[in-house]
Design a protein around this ligand. Sequence first.
Ligand code: ASP
Length: 415
Amino acid sequence: MSGALLGFVIGGFFGPHWKANDWPFFIQFLALLGEVFMNLLRMLVVPFVITSMILGMTSMGRQGRVGRLLGVTFTYYMVTTILAVILGIVVVLVVDPGGRYAVPGGTAGVVHAEQLLWYEALFKTVRSLFPDNIFQAAAQGQILGLITFSLIFGAILRRLGERGEMLVRVIDVVNDVLMTFVHGVIWLAPLGILGLVATKTGAAGGFSSVISDLRALSLYAITVLAGLGVHAVIVLPAILWGVARRNPIQHLRHFSEAVVTAFSTASSAATIPVTTANALDKAGFGKSNAQFVLPLGATINMDGTALYEAVAVIFIASTFGIKLGITQIVVVALTATLAAIGAAAIPHAGLVTMVMVFAAADVPPDIANKGIAMILTIDWILDRFRTAVNVWGDTVGLAVVERLGSVGSDGESSD
Ligand code: ASP
């Protein structure tokens, strides 16, 4: 947290004095710290997700609780994502930021994302579950494909019984080694986070530019942040308290490193190792639950992204004078949920999958493109908040699964 604040202050004050491509030594050094931290996290993600999901699957089978665990996990993902979308829609309709901005003129914006109908986008997500080459999927950070492969691999390994036991042990050792690696990276986190936040804030032009960008779209930014705030501070803690029977403040303390890392990297995927380390070391969750629920949640459970997409689409439509009817709003709610599931857990992914929500709500593509270009200037800020909410939601999901999804006690993965 202190790294992020210090980085914001350094970037905010000194950013306006840095010339593009000619940063002073100290700033280049900070940028290096940020990059090394980010790369270490990314370097860990692929082997970590594969070994975690295989172990999650093999240990789950041993305790005979696959169906129940899957049921609780997916019910939680769907319910919280839909709650987030409904909340976003209510907030944007009440505040109505769209009616207060001038329609931007000029050409059709700088973003030309693929125009997909909702079912085409759904099919695209299903296709990404089954990559033709897992090495290519790993190289391109397509976590969803790796998860499918690891789940199938784990399910078959489990059925091999004693013969598979040796391999399970080896994978468990590899996972333990990676976990120790993660602890080293977490130790470096304050410096890495300082570097990431300082250079990002500085490159955006420092405090004055950030404030003027935010001011230009102030009501829109406030609407998104208010929705995310209510979801993170009221809805999710209520579930944590009421369903998982955990103290939300203590839970936040346990996962503070994960939430700050999500904020600094704007990537739920890069945060997976930190979230898992917090779950095991600080919160004391069962290893097999954490190994299964956290990578899966980071990839498909994105409450912040779903809320954000619903708000942005309704805001943009209203800015361009399009009043969406009740049917279109229901369509926005459903497709924003799908779009969040399909969004990759990397920076700005939500902005790309938003195109499908526009298409489903019958907003013309040139308006969608102009609108996306309009909100692009502040997406790097809002992305950080929604990623932090995405990861916070994953940790609450783990607590719910730990309480409702386990049959008997859980505590170890594979021995
Ligand atoms: N950056 C987000 C994440 O990694 C996805 C998004 O752009 O909304 O969770």
